[in-house]
Write a protein that binds this ligand. Structure first.
Ligand SMILES: Cc1ncc(COP(=O)(O)O)c(C=O)c1O
Length: 460
């Protein structure tokens, strides 16, 4: 018997009593297309050359499955392919297989992390995974956390909580400090918090791209002279362009002396703190009041996957709790939508949990350490007479040819990026301190030494 998968009465929603055979057929067909796309990536390259994606919109009667599947195929084959070994442009690694399943399960369950009664097991799972991270990072027993859809939102959750905790939530003189190399999304956080440009103080970085402690002290002094009140200092653990790590221990000392909330934006490098890594400056993150960890950026947990850990979970409760009057709160159960900005939330924690469980500590370390090894191999073999390198201890490497002026490097980076792309290597061209650079992000587990050697041949 053939089942018409688009017999709408059958497949609008899963059947509560039938066999759900139509759904199974659709899932299998989708999986086949997806897996074929993965397998085809070697010949297709990181991004499609002829992008002929035809963007269709809903019509009156709806579409048959056959039409939809041809459109799905067209969408997939017109997409950026993070699985290709030449995909080295951004913090977007290939998806961990088990985490693809996590997304499927989360969609099927369609639970809501807003409230315990809408996600009884997954709320517990989220709490447990956040507690596990707190413990791995060396945070105290009072710690806990909340997942959010990306690093920007985790940082925003932290900043709003820090400001609330300092009692400066309605103070127009409230400011926070970041380094000049911190992520551009802090400008958005500032706006969302109802603050202006003058409330975001940028501290200079040193030659290695790390927050300059002398300039930090000067900035703090200047703030106090101008009557500005600091509610947080943000240290970046892994800057976006150089992968630099701010001196957390020294910043923490300054914060402790002045009773200022230390937040670590560990969107890129924070995850390294849970493994036994020799990287300098990542073992003391428990000195902070909060830290953002963003496993989507390097571990391959599918987007989005980010968590915020705070040293005292009560601060999140006090900041964000509204009482959620339309949801029952039996037995004083905590509704986790009360711990952050987002209300309804997908069960993103499932894919993170599955990814961590599947890899185990050894697998996590293997994935993370391999990215550092790739960066070191690339760095050691890029012609030192030809290039200036700007790379920190993580997996990001940014470079420019020596001896060219700004106009020349702006043109060189443009042309080089295009020519590398034609050979199936996708690097990024970030604008940094008013100049374009080339940047390779070595978080792609499929990129082997032979691929890096091929890339080096095109550069050296
Ligand atoms: C250091 C840093 N912080 C924050 C973010 C923002 O994270 P997201 O894009 O997940 O919101 C990024 C993004 O690349 C980043 O590099």
């Amino acid at each position: 018997m053939t089942v018409d998968p688009i017999n709408k009465s059958e497949i609008y929603f899963p059947s509560y009593s039938g066999s759900n055979e139509s759904l199974l057929i659709l899932l299998n067909r989708t999986s086949e297309i997806m897996c074929k796309w993965f397998s085809d990536s070697e010949k297709l390259g990181p991004i499609p050359i002829d992008n002929n994606f035809d963007c269709s919109v809903p019509d009156e009667n709806g579409m048959s499955a056959d039409v939809l599947f041809s459109e799905i195929e067209n969408l997939i084959y017109s997409s950026f392919n993070p699985v290709h070994p030449g995909s080295l442009a951004h913090l977007d690694p290939p998806p961990l297989i088990i985490s693809i399943l996590g997304d499927l399960i989360a969609a099927g369950l369609n639970n809501n992390l807003l409230a315990n009664e809408l996600s009884p097991s997954i709320s517990l799972l989220e709490e447990s995974i956040c507690n596990w991270f707190s413990q791995k990072l060396g945070f105290p027993k009072s710690a806990g956390g909340i997942a959010a859809s990306g690093g920007t939102l985790s940082n925003l959750n932290a900043l709003v909580a820090a400001r609330n905790h300092s009692g400066l939530e309605a103070d127009p003189m409230a400011v926070y400090l970041i380094s000049e190399d911190a992520h551009s999304s802090f400008a958005k956080c500032t706006q969302i918090m109802g603050l202006g440009k003058n409330n975001l103080i940028k501290v200079k970085t040193d030659n290695n791209g790390c927050m300059d402690i002398i300039d930090l002290k000067k900035s703090i002094y200047k703030c106090s002279k101008e009557g500005k009140r600091i509610f947080s200092i943000v240290a970046t653990l892994g800057t976006t362009i150089r992968g630099a790590i701010d001196p957390i221990e020294r910043i923490s000392k300054i914060c402790k002396e002045r009773n200022i909330w230390l937040h670590i934006d560990g969107s890129i490098g924070g995850i390294f703190s849970i493994i036994n890594s020799p990287i300098n400056g990542i073992s003391n993150v428990n000195l902070a009041n909060s830290i953002t960890i963003n496993p989507q950026k390097i571990l391959g947990i599918t987007k989005t996957s980010s968590i915020l850990i705070v040293s005292n979970i009560e601060v999140l409760k006090n900041t964000f709790s509204t009482g959620l009057p339309y949801v029952s709160a039996e037995n004083n159960v905590l509704n986790r939508g009360e711990l952050g900005i987002q209300g309804s939330r997908p069960a993103e924690i499932i894919k993170l949990w599955l990814g961590l469980r599947f890899l185990g500590m050894q697998g996590i370390a293997t994935v993370l350490n391999s990215s550092i090894e790739r960066r070191i191999f690339f760095e050691n073999n890029l012609n030192p007479e030809k290039y200036d390198l700007y790379s920190g201890p993580l997996h990001i490497i940014t470079f420019l040819p020596k001896g060219m002026n700004k106009n020349e490097t702006d043109e060189w980076t443009l042309n080089k990026r295009i020519s590398l792309m034609s050979k199936n290597f996708m690097l990024s061209r970030p604008l940094f301190k008013n100049r374009y650079f080339l940047r390779a992000v070595m978080g792609n587990y499929n990129t082997g030494e032979s691929h890096i050697n091929d890339l080096l041949k095109l550069l050296n």
